[in-house]
Unconditional design. Structure first.
Ligand SMILES: Nc1ncnc2c1ncn2[C@@H]1O[C@H](COP(=O)(O)OP(=O)(O)O)[C@@H](O)[C@H]1O
Ligand SMILES: [Mg+2]
Lengths: 223, 400
């Protein structure tokens, strides 16, 4: 359950002020499938970052699963991210030195899961995302689609309640992008809240709820 | 993230930036090796000098005329009066002290040695039979000056002299002329080599009475005294000073040097030198530390997006700090260990090249070298690591 009330986020560039989020109020129930669309610079990424506790709001109130997370310390926010949020990025953000399996294992390491259990869970994820034969390849040896599958496997290995995808198909061609979205939708069917930021109207239309942004404000919110 | 995972992950990182890591490890290793080799040299020099002193004799005291102006210094003339000479009578008197095991009076001079048509100026020592055991000298042929032989004209030749004058190797029993007197060669010294700049292979030793006659003197150059034991050295020194003061009408006009005092001075000087040299070598480690810091700062800049990713998947600041920390730890540990090995190899080469120099690196230097490497490496990673940990996640993800 995500509840934003009058959230603003202001960036200062010299004496210029950019209101990236201008009084956003928004409720997203657990298990919803939401797309966020809007022109470039309208505040989509900033909104996703605030929801994912990567960024703070300058004013307003944010409640996640019934608790106020507005004033959490940096460390507490890291813990909430680890336990509740999965991020998927346009540019994958895999660690180049680590193999596919090791990239997927990272959150388990951070969480302090024992090595034996880590292995079982990574193996399961490799199977689930059809990466078994790519387990020991480094990102540079993987195709774009495979990289994004590794990134999604990593984002979901700790079973987050919400999966936040910022233009997850932006670096993929249409067909591969559709596959990745199908994968994300599969996770949504498993009960995960899914929020996708996208430029692609067709992909955006697949969500059950469509939010449109412009100049840091929500201009449409349709189901 | 637990310690094991932190160490494993950082090791992977260190291993994958191969050139960068090798460079740092090399710099660290050279610093540590420098500490080890230079202290080995210093320590070797110290041991060499100590060894040279010890070869002079054990529990040795040296009595010389004239009074030392300051404790530990070398003797000069006493103020306002000529120092009284040391005499054979003084020596005999000292010989009766209970702390003294034996003593050898000493006169030194130069005279012409003639034998078998050859002639050469040689350094002549006048002494008695006790000189041999006191100075740890050995004979290769014949016998030393016999006990109670002060009045028999015997001479002992250094090994080089014996070879020069008697190439056939049969010196013992031959007659030689020293100055105006004739002597019978009773023995030949074994090769001793140089000790304290004094080559005993080219000296001749004759009984003290003949030496005083030869050099036309009543006074002694030195008296070498061997105390009964190590603990008897100081009492012996006091007793000798006291006895001679009595004999010299209450004037303290002799100096008694104990070998220990001289040795301790050299020991102190050379230890200080070793420390200084180790300090200089440690500076090169500090330079390596600066290199580590630079490289780590560059690494943080290069891996900004990766740090952002770690934050996005929920790594707390402490984990990120520790990851960079651990990287520096691995690098300096590798540098320390390789430097340690390199240093010991270097010291071994020195010992091979200069067998006389016991260039063994002292244990403290090895430990200190490696520890300094670790401490510098970790200290140098403090700033980069905390900078990484403090990065803003959103900005870091975008690589800014
Ligand atoms: N770190 C930042 N510093 C300054 N301005 C920023 C920063 N991040 C975002 N902005 C500005 O905020 C606005 C919204 O950005 P963003 O949320 O990235 O838009 P979108 O993802 O919809 O393209 C833009 O005008 C952008 O320039
Ligand atoms: Mg964006």
């Amino acid at each position: 359950m995500i509840r934003l009330a009058a959230i603003t986020r202001v960036f200062r560039m010299g004496d210029q002020e950019v209101r990236a989020l201008n009084g956003i109020s928004l409720d997203i129930a657990s298990g919803e499938y939401v797309s966020i669309m809007g022109p470039s610079g309208s505040g989509k990424s900033t909104l996703l970052n605030v929801i994912g506790l990567l960024d703070r709001s300058d004013s307003g109130r944010y409640e996640l699963d019934g608790t106020d997370v507005t004033g959490l310390s940096e460390n507490e926010r890291a813990r909430v991210r680890r336990e509740k949020i999965g991020f998927v990025f346009q540019s994958f953000h895999l660690v180049p030195r680590l193999t596919a399996a090791e990239n997927i294992e990272l959150p388990l390491m951070l969480e302090g899961v024992a090595p034996a259990e880590r292995k079982t869970r990574v193996d399961a994820a490799l199977d689930a995302f059809d990466l078994r034969d790519r387990a020991f390849h480094r990102p540079a040896e993987l195709s774009g689609g495979q990289r994004q599958r590794v990134a999604i496997a990593r984002a979901t290995i700790l079973r987050p309640t919400a999966l936040l995808a910022d233009e997850p198909t932006g670096n993929l061609d249409h067909r591969i992008g559709a596959e990745v979205v199908a994968l994300l939708e599969g996770l949504h069917h498993g009960g995960t809240t899914l929020i996708i930021v996208t430029h692609d109207r067709e992909l955006g239309a697949r969500a059950h709820r469509h939010i449109a942004m412009r100049d840091g404000e929500i201009v449409a919110d349709e189901t | 993230m637990n310690l094991r995972d932190t160490l494993t992950l950082s090791l992977t990182t260190v291993a994958s930036y191969r050139t960068r890591s090798l460079l740092i490890v090399l710099a660290m290793a050279l610093g540590v090796a420098a500490v080890v080799v230079l202290t080995a040299l210093g320590e070797g020099a110290r041991r060499y000098v100590v060894g040279q002193f010890s070869s002079l004799g054990t529990n040795l005291l040296i009595v010389l005329p004239g009074r030392a102006e300051t404790a530990g210094g070398f003797p000069g003339a006493a103020l306002g009066q000529t120092p009284r000479d040391l005499t054979l009578e003084d020596a005999r008197f000292i010989g009766q002290l209970p702390q003294v095991r034996r003593l050898a009076p000493l006169n030194v001079g130069v005279a012409e040695l003639t034998a078998g048509g050859r002639l050469r100026e040689v350094t002549v020592l006048g002494s008695n039979a006790e000189l041999l055991p006191i100075r740890h000298m050995k004979l290769s042929q014949g016998s030393f000056l016999a006990h109670g032989s002060e009045r028999s004209a015997q001479i002992v030749l250094g090994s080089v002299l014996a070879r020069e004058f008697f190439p056939d190797g049969r010196a013992v029993g031959q007659r030689v002329r020293l100055g105006d007197s004739r002597f019978l060669v009773s023995g030949v010294l074994a090769v001793q080599g140089e000790s304290m700049g004094f080559n005993s292979d080219e000296i001749a030793i004759i009984p003290i009475d003949y030496a005083q006659e030869l050099f036309n003197t009543e006074s002694l150059f030195r008296i070498l005294v061997e105390a009964k034991s190590r603990t008897a050295i100081e009492p012996a020194k006091a007793a000798i000073s006291h006895a001679l003061k009595l004999r010299h009408d209450g004037e303290e006009d002799v100096t008694v040097i104990t070998q220990d005092a001289v040795l301790a001075t050299f020991d102190r000087i050379l230890t200080a030198l070793t420390l200084a040299v180790a300090g200089i070598a440690a500076i090169s480690l500090a330079v390596a530390g600066i290199l580590v810091m630079n490289v780590m700062l560059v690494a943080v800049a290069q891996r900004t997006a990766e740090i952002g990713l770690l934050k996005a998947i929920g790594a707390p600041a402490a984990d990120i700090r520790r990851l960079f920390f651990a990287e520096a730890l691995w690098l300096s540990l590798a540098g320390g260990v390789i430097g340690f090995a390199l240093g010991h190899f270097g010291a071994w080469m020195v010992r091979l090249a200069y067998p006389l120099l016991p260039a063994w690196p002292p244990a403290w230097a090895s430990v200190a070298g490696v520890a300094t490497a670790l401490v510098t490496g970790i200290a140098a990673s403090l700033l980069p690591a905390s900078r990484a940990a403090r990065l803003d996640p959103v900005l870091a993800l975008s690589g800014k």
